[in-house]
Design a protein around this ligand. Structure first.
Ligand code: MG
Length: 353
């Protein structure tokens, strides 16, 4: 069987400048979309996407550099798509082969894993959620506000007030003023994400005010490796502390037991939709509250994420909503801010004409 991969790096303009506590190009997102075909299944093409984050050591160039290694690994897998059971076994074997061939590189693996799922689901004539065995019934997504002056963040909160919850990036110079300003313009739950930028004493000092302001959770206050600091704050916090940068793949979960109450799962970190499904299932077994997050992906990555969103308690799948022009179309966001998964085969996403 012969695999063939086309890849394209897209530079996409963001609707609003989007800053987080780490360095980031605030004006554009660079993501990699792929098209995967196999000579055994002529007429079908699997669409995939991986969003590289330099924090995890990936760029579009590193993704393109490792694709041949991953395709080589895939050539060694007996990829059978006779029915749903054989397709699931093949997809799992492919993900395992990627991990054996190459460590890390979650976004590169993610692009191929989503494309393989899309291709297998199209070949079987079933929607992705049916191939995965997940529910179409998913929690609503929140909407994310990047770092900026408190009044600017508050204006963006007002414009996004139809979302059931807002995620507010913190770790800047005016964190408390920002959350206060958002609260004056928005009634629902607020989720704060410091992207590793806080100090322990500062976080502890802020907590009572955050509770008072109706903050629902605190994401990754401290550096990824400082599990001691995360545990110290969780012990003192009535709010769930959620690990994101500390929870990259399923292999990180065991060491987070007793450290934090929740974990943030993202397809581009853990290697795709199959690995995300298994990470969410394992997180549930271990008793974590589960947040499903994203990068600034197009509708391809967001739809693949939405296919496993039924396993999450909280959903932050707004990446493509942050883009000025998403080059893909298909999946729609419902009026109640839930992604409406299509019943057509595969992802149900195509290039916008
Ligand atoms: Mg985060």
């Amino acid at each position: 069987m012969t695999w063939s991969l086309r890849h394209e790096t897209l530079s996409l303009r963001l609707r609003n400048p989007f800053r987080i506590a780490r360095d980031f190009d605030a004006h554009q997102a660079r993501t990699v979309v792929v098209e995967l075909t196999n000579t055994n299944w002529p007429g079908h093409c699997g669409l995939g996407e991986g969003f590289p984050d330099t924090y995890y050591g990936e760029t579009p160039d590193t993704m393109v550099a490792v694709f041949p290694l991953l395709i080589e690994a895939l050539e060694g897998v007996a990829f059978v798509v006779r029915d749903i059971a054989s397709a699931r076994r093949s997809l799992r074997a492919a993900a395992a082969a990627f991990d054996v061939r190459l460590g890390h590189n979650g976004a590169a693996k993610c692009a191929l894993d989503i494309a393989l799922h899309d291709l297998a689901a199209k070949q079987l004539g079933v929607p992705l959620y049916e191939l995965l065995g997940t529910s179409r019934d998913v929690p609503p997504t929140d909407f994310t506000l990047g770092l900026d002056e408190p009044s600017v963040v508050a204006d963006r909160a007002a414009a996004a007030a139809h979302f059931p919850a807002l995620k507010v990036k913190v770790g800047g110079p005016h964190d408390l003023a920002t959350v206060q300003a958002v609260r004056r313009r928005f009634d629902g739950p607020i989720r704060v994400d410091a992207n590793t930028a806080w100090q322990p004493e500062e976080a502890l000092r802020l907590l009572p005010a955050l509770v008072e302001l109706g903050v629902e959770l605190v994401e990754q206050p401290f550096p990824a490796h400082r599990l001691d600091q995360l545990a110290w704050l969780q012990e003192r916090s009535p709010l769930p502390i959620v690990a994101d940068e500390s929870a990259v793949t399923v292999n990180d979960l065991d060491r987070l037991v007793g450290v934090v109450a929740g974990v943030n799962v993202k397809l581009a970190k853990c290697g795709g939709v199959g690995p995300a499904l298994r990470m969410l299932q394992r997180a549930r077994e271990l008793g974590f509250r589960r947040f499903l997050g994203c990068m600034e992906e197009t509708l391809v990555g967001i739809t693949a994420s939405a296919a496993v969103a039924s396993l999450a308690d909280w959903v932050d799948l707004d990446g493509c909503l942050l883009l000025a022009d998403d080059p893909f179309t298909g999946t729609k966001l419902g009026e109640d801010c839930r992604w409406l998964l299509q019943a057509q085969p595969g992802l149900g996403v195509v290039r916008a004409s």
